[in-house]
Design a protein around this ligand. Structure first.
Ligand SMILES: [Zn+2]
Ligand SMILES: [Zn+2]
Length: 243
């Protein structure tokens, strides 16, 4: 609300700032503790892992090539994503896109040469109708603008009502998530092609990884896809943590 009255303040500390988030607040946000799993990017600090593969990635194969997140969830980062997602604070997308761009430059797999394109994780029509925008697409578009890369909204979210099925077991929910994301018909049929073979999937939060898994599986069915990397703003700490 303060943003509309006085636009030049930091979203977190409310001190005057040219950016939506001041550098001193950004510096206090929690990074993902090193070392991280080389596949899913979750912290493996304190775990006995070899060779840098967390227990979840050892137990089940990952469809995506790798995943990385900018911050862990804490009160501040949760507030930011809540504002972006539920309070129409899409004016935060540019600064968050900038943070994703910094993560890109810190990710060796993304500094290899390739034909990259950016794909946002889709939301359901119901959420799009209520919210008016897809927060992942807002992030994807600012990141793509900074990196001068194409954005391709090639995926869609089927209305399976996954989020209301709280009575289902974790396994059933995982299977539902796998069915919930699919390529849009034009891409699935080959009428349209992704503008790059190295796909970077963008989302706001990585929780259990099932959304990333489902999207990566759908993307790998499309012709010519070579790698699917995943970048998210936040990484939930526990597998049950909800954002
Ligand atoms: Zn601040
Ligand atoms: Zn892992």
């Amino acid at each position: 609300m303060l943003r509309w009255i006085y636009p030049g303040v930091c979203e977190l500390c409310h001190e005057p700032s040219e950016q939506q988030l001041c550098e001193s607040c950004v510096a206090k946000l929690p990074a993902v503790p090193l070392p991280i799993c080389l596949y899913c990017g979750s912290s493996v600090a304190g775990e006995q892992v070899d060779p840098m593969r967390c227990s979840a990635c050892s137990a089940a194969p990952r469809y995506f090539t790798f995943a990385r997140s900018v911050f862990m969830t804490d009160e501040s980062t949760r507030r930011l994503v809540h504002a972006l997602k539920y309070h129409h604070a899409n004016y935060l997308a540019p600064v968050m896109g900038e943070l994703l761009n910094r993560l890109w430059e810190d990710t060796p797999q993304l500094m290899q040469s390739g034909r990259y394109c950016i794909v946002p994780v889709p939301i359901s029509h119901r959420h799009l109708f209520v919210r008016g925008y897809n927060q992942a697409e807002e992030l994807a578009r600012t990141l793509a603008h900074l990196r001068r890369l194409p954005v391709c909204c090639a995926l869609r979210r089927l209305p399976t009502g996954v989020e209301s099925q709280t009575h289902l077991s974790a396994g059933e929910r995982r299977r539902n998530a796998m069915r919930a994301y699919t390529a849009k018909a034009a891409y699935a049929s080959g009428r349209r092609r992704l503008p790059g073979e190295d796909v970077v999937l963008v989302d706001d939060v990585y929780t259990t990884g099932s959304t990333a898994q489902a999207c990566a599986k759908a993307l790998f069915k499309l012709p010519g896809v070579r790698r699917v990397g995943v970048l998210t703003l936040l990484r939930a700490g526990g597998r049950r943590e909800r954002i």
